[in-house]
Ligand binder design. Structure first.
Ligand SMILES: Cc1cc2nc3c(=O)[nH]c(=O)nc-3n(C[C@H](O)[C@H](O)[C@H](O)COP(=O)(O)O)c2cc1C
Length: 308
């Protein structure tokens, strides 16, 4: 019996995309590459810096109903192929609005979370005059009562989406991969009036220090991100593309132009990049330099093309 092992499946010369502004899920973007929530998105100055470093749009740190300092440390561990974090959604709550004062008209998506549909709508309303759109964090795997605690229940996903979408701004819904069937939550978001689905947030995980005989993170459990979760993210986007009609924003482990193209072939119309930014904000320009060419193809010709 033979076993076929494929370790170089990028058989042909790399594609390039036509550069230029796009629109995804009601939000006008300068290109297909967005900053993911929670990484460098905590101040107006850092968001502006990422935008001027080649990102086509930015998503803010998730903002919730009350200020919160986050989980006790250690909050982040750097692993061989990714990051393990349990930040615990630290955020300044309503005070964050002032950070967005200098970003009017820019492609800034405000990430919000809450413990109920009413809280989601209340938090989103604080930013309604200064957001290009909202991203609902229904997917943080390590914040009790928030995030994935809500995002694993399709009825709550639909209700939270409807509550925020009623504000009349583009509403993206970010899903957790920590469910048996991600398409149930994707369909619920669509039914609730989402303008796009973002997939995925981190994968629930943990590491233990054999030296200390204790979990590495202060919160014990955390969320895995970076290249280790890229195949999980591709699978989720692929499944969502077959189940939903609204655009999908791919997220999880993207670190190269080829990763962006693969996500698009699975069904993503744009992508978010988080962990790769620890290499520096230059990652957006570096990926864009490989991804775009004046004689490149229209992205629409490759989005979802892996679905025969
Ligand atoms: C340190 C850290 C903080 C994060 N904070 C948030 C957050 O506030 N809200 C959110 O929706 N996702 C948050 N995420 C998840 C990322 O936005 C992203 O979904 C995930 O890391 C997968 O993408 P990546 O592999 O490119 O990092 C965080 C991730 C990391 C590593």
């Amino acid at each position: 019996m033979g076993m076929l092992i494929i370790n170089n499946y990028n058989f042909c010369a790399m594609l390039a995309l036509k550069p230029g502004a796009i629109e995804v899920g009601g939000v006008a973007l300068d290109n297909h590459l967005l900053l993911a929530a929670g990484i460098l998105g905590t101040t107006g100055a850092s968001l502006a810096r990422v935008l001027s470093s080649g990102a086509g749009g930015v998503v803010t740190k998730s903002i919730g109903p009350a200020p919160f300092p986050g989980h006790p440390g250690p909050c982040v561990a750097v692993l061989e192929d990714g990051l393990l974090n349990a930040m615990g959604l630290p955020n300044p709550s309503a005070d964050f609005a002032g950070e967005l004062d200098g970003l009017a008209g820019r492609p800034v998506v405000v990430s919000v979370f809450g413990g109920s549909p009413e809280e989601f709508a209340e938090v989103a309303a604080w930013f309604a005059d200064r957001a290009a759109g909202f991203e609902l964090n229904l997917s943080c795997p390590h914040a009790e009562g928030y995030g994935a605690a809500i995002g694993t229940d399709p009825a709550l996903v639909e209700a939270c989406t409807r509550a925020v979408a009623s504000l009349g701004l583009p509403t993206w819904v970010k899903l957790t991969p920590n469910v048996t069937d991600i398409t149930g939550c994707g369909r619920a978001a669509e039914k609730g009036g989402a303008s796009a689905i973002v997939a995925i947030n981190t994968v629930k995980a943990m590491r233990i220090s054999t030296g200390l005989r204790r979990p590495v993170l202060g919160n014990r459990f955390g969320g895995l991100s970076g290249p280790a979760i890229f195949p999980v993210a591709v699978r989720c986007v692929y499944e969502l593309y077959e189940a939903c009609r609204i655009p999908i924003v791919g997220c999880g482990g993207i670190a190269s132009a080829d990763n962006v193209l693969e996500m698009m072939m699975a069904g993503a119309s744009a992508v978010e990049i988080g962990s790769a930014v620890i290499r520096g904000v230059g990652v957006f320009e570096a990926i864009a330099a490989d991804l775009y060419a004046d004689d490149g193809v229209d992205a629409a010709t490759i989005v979802g093309c892996a679905h025969a």
